[in-house]
Design a protein around this ligand. Sequence first.
Ligand SMILES: C[S@@+](CC[C@H](N)C(=O)[O-])C[C@H]1O[C@@H](n2cnc3c(N)ncnc32)[C@H](O)[C@@H]1O
Length: 456
Amino acid sequence: MKDAPRTPRRPARPGNAGSPPVSNAPGLAVRRAAADAVDAVLEKGRPLEEALERLTRDLDERDRALARMIAATTLRRLGTLGAMVRDMLERGLPDKAGRVETILLISAAQLLFMDVPDHAAVSTGVDLAGESAATAGFKGLVNAVLRRIAREGKAALPDVPDHPLWLMEGWTSAYGAPGALAISRALAQEAGLDLTVRTDAAGWAEKLGGTLLPTGTIRLVDAGNIIALPGFAEGAWWVQDAAASLPARLLNAEPGQRVADLCAAPGGKTAQLAATGAHVVAVDRAAPRLKRLTENLDRLGLTADVVEADAASWQGDTSGGEFDGVLIDAPCSATGTIRRHPDVAWSKAPGDIASLGALQARILANAAGLVKPGGLLVYSTCSLEPEEGERQIEVLLAARNDFERVPVEPGEAGIAAEWINAAGEVRTLPTHLPHEDPRQAGLDGFFAARLRRRPA
Ligand SMILES: C[S@@+](CC[C@H](N)C(=O)[O-])C[C@H]1O[C@@H](n2cnc3c(N)ncnc32)[C@H](O)[C@@H]1O
């Protein structure tokens, strides 16, 4: 999803040469992994999940989950944590402080936002500083700052956005200043787990103890181990945010129709389309992700033709010419999914929006040629940035006067009127579907437009 070169967010740090021996004190390996994962995101632009997989390989399941929670919480609340740490460090940190800042951030995340005893958060932070020659000299400072945060921090959380300035500026120009702040606050909350079911959504909601949303999605809070939940093994449902379930439904695919799902892996939308009885061709350029798509379809007992190809140049399969429907779930910045992937806010840079936008335009232009006259084209992204959504459709419609929008109607697929923009396109926001319990609230930020190729 991201090919652009990264600019390190902070200067590279000295290595650990000559460091004191690495300790195996309880809880320390977890914090070390969390700190390394945060550094991998902030300094190298690596995806958090990829970094954690590598760094937590030797931990047991419980410690892996704790390391993930510490790193994700740190990234989710990074604006607040950074401001707090800076406030507490009256004279700032010298350049040679190495990763003292990361140690302070992950420890403050535990103190302020997690159910970790204060003494454990402070002592593991101090021990972590003591592990490296570059940071050992700051143990006293780490101890003092963390004790002060434990004492005073919760009552004095800085009121700052948790997301980088360039994203806040983009959201302000798209959604207004109050809208951008509300989006940032909503994105700082951890999302519940949403499931799309094949049939009997109400019955499965009851069996799983979840809430049935207007879109037909089941929302779970504290779901635990997904594969142990009823219905997983028999393929009754799959994980998919409520907003992510909308684009495929806008295609209104019917049994016997030929439908192309471009940028299909790992197959959440392919499964939806295949479940309608349509003949689905699923296209993606990433072979490992297509393998996951095939495994997912197998578990669900669904079938699709699977094609490894570049959607910007794929000319269709040989079996039947143009398609009744084409869905594009384009590669994008994924800023709409920051609740679930807090690293996205910090691993992306403004240049990514431009380069992804260029790829999206090429895929959209090619896909338009695959739709038969009278057929539908749905274009979607999980991005909050209009450059990856609304602007792409404007450009396509300016170039292809044989296409027109088919506006989305309120109530269609459970879509609320406030999720539809003036052009009749879906624009969901993390502030939508409000609920007093933040784990029950919100939608991923998605854009979806439905177009028809005019009949010949
Ligand atoms: C947002 S994800 C798709 C999610 C998927 N539709 C689902 O619902 O599970 C975007 C996908 O686009 C694929 N992709 C990126 N560039 C592509 C290209 N030029 N051609 C085809 N697929 C591409 C990526 O491999 C990735 O799987």
